[in-house]
Design a protein around this ligand. Structure first.
Ligand code: HEM
Length: 376
């Protein structure tokens, strides 16, 4: 965050030595995410700069999913997915989330790593329940989703790309089986709903977007839970306020998202020359990187931005992006944190940090690899 401060004080957008334009402010990030002259690198771009991308089955579903698709395909696919991922379906998950969180809390050892004992298992259990994946397959899903998430990062090792490929192949096979099963015997789950709206999606698109739903919400939500709990346990007075009044959870979760965005950046291209204000002009075809974590700490948008303050008015973090690609799972991620954090504080009143939390060594996804806690 101090580095973001230096960059933001320098300019709202600047050209870095990697020949990309980095955007640092809240206002410009919001504007560019909605600008029709700004697009994502899609499968046609991948064909140009990495002709073999389809061979890596970890990368392929993400590139073929809505996350890396531009209009008109994006509009069609997003509409079909949004019609199944409804507010009603998400609201109906509240009890499932609470039940799974209670189950995890009850078996948490006195001395625990919060990430592996709670933050990762909860989102994977919830997305499995939503997709209709049986409980017995949760651990398998968790391992494969973890191997696949590296494809969301701009830089990965060859070994990571190989394990993403292997995980992608197994997940695709799994979902092909699940789709076929739901075609024969529809259930009350999201997979069945997607299958039922199948006319709007090709088989390849359905598969890719099922894999995306698993990957997009897994580590991101785990990191929201991990960073959220860390912020609270580090500030006992705030934790006490939330414990006493769980109704404050929505405001706390928005401030956690603002203070420590689980997704730190998102990238785009310009399709025409753009005037960004302050005398800054970006040519057509330029790479843009929106620094979401910097936008969330912009003093032009938030007073005293480095202070954690759930009471601040009008918290609107860009942590879920903005515009057409605004996170489809945002209501689910919010609900998971709003349910889980107060529950942890009330069921485990002596929950405390022990030792140093370990940060993940990642550029895009911010969070902890280990968060040692004691339940008292
Ligand atoms: C897109 C963040 C949880 C599904 C996005 C984007 C961001 C984001 C920043 C936009 C990317 C871009 O514009 O390039 C997060 C964070 C989460 C979270 C911080 C948790 C705290 C979830 C969950 C799901 C999900 C739980 C689903 C189960 C998606 C999907 C998209 C997306 C499908 C693509 C939307 C589109 O391209 O139209 N997310 N996400 N996310 N997210 Fe999330």
């Amino acid at each position: 965050y101090p580095a973001y401060d230096v960059l933001r004080a320098h300019a709202p957008a600047f050209l870095a030595p990697d020949e990309r334009w980095y955007v640092t402010t809240h206002a410009l990030t919001n504007r560019l995410l909605r600008d029709p002259a700004v697009r994502l690198a899609d499968k046609n771009d991948y064909d140009q700069f990495w002709p073999d991308w389809r061979q890596n089955r970890g990368v392929a579903p993400v590139v073929l999913s809505m996350l890396q698709t531009n209009p008109p395909d994006h509009t069609r696919v997003r509409r079909a997915a949004a019609a199944t991922f409804t507010a009603r379906r998400v609201a109906a998950m509240r009890e499932v989330i609470a039940a799974q969180a209670e189950e995890l809390i009850k078996v948490m050892p006195v001395s625990a790593d919060f990430m592996s004992s709670f933050a990762y298992p909860l989102p994977i259990g919830v997305i499995c329940a939503l997709l209709g994946v049986p409980d017995s397959d949760r651990a398998w899903f968790r391992k494969h989703a973890a191997d696949l998430t590296v494809v969301l990062e701009p830089i990965s090792t060859i070994a990571e790309m190989q394990s993403a490929d292997a995980a992608g192949r197994e997940l695709e096979d799994y979902f092909i089986g699940l789709i076929a099963e739901r075609q024969r015997h529809p259930q009350e789950d999201l997979t069945s709903a997607l299958v039922a709206s199948g006319d709007n999606l090709s088989g390849e698109e359905m598969l890719a977007n099922l894999v995306l739903l698993l990957v997009a919400g897994f580590e991101t939500t785990a990191n929201l839970l991990g960073m959220g709990l860390h912020l609270l346990l580090d500030r006992p007075a705030e934790a006490e306020r939330l414990r006493a009044d769980p109704e404050l959870a929505p405001a706390f979760v928005e401030e956690i998202l603002r203070y420590d965005s689980p997704v730190q950046l998102t990238s785009r291209f310009t399709t025409e020359q753009l005037d960004l204000g302050d005398g800054i002009s970006v040519p057509a075809g330029a790479g843009l990187t929106m620094l979401l974590g910097s936008a969330n700490r912009d003093p032009a948008r938030y007073d005293d931005p480095h202070r954690f303050d759930p009471d601040r008015p009008n918290i609107q973090p860009v942590s879920f992006g903005g515009g057409a690609h605004y996170c489809l799972g945002a209501p689910l991620a919010r609900l998971e944190a709003q349910v889980a954090l107060p529950l942890l504080l009330t069921m485990l009143p002596r929950l405390a940090l022990t030792g140093e939390a370990e940060r993940r060594d990642r550029l895009v996804l911010r969070g902890f690899s280990a968060l040692p806690v004691t339940t008292g």
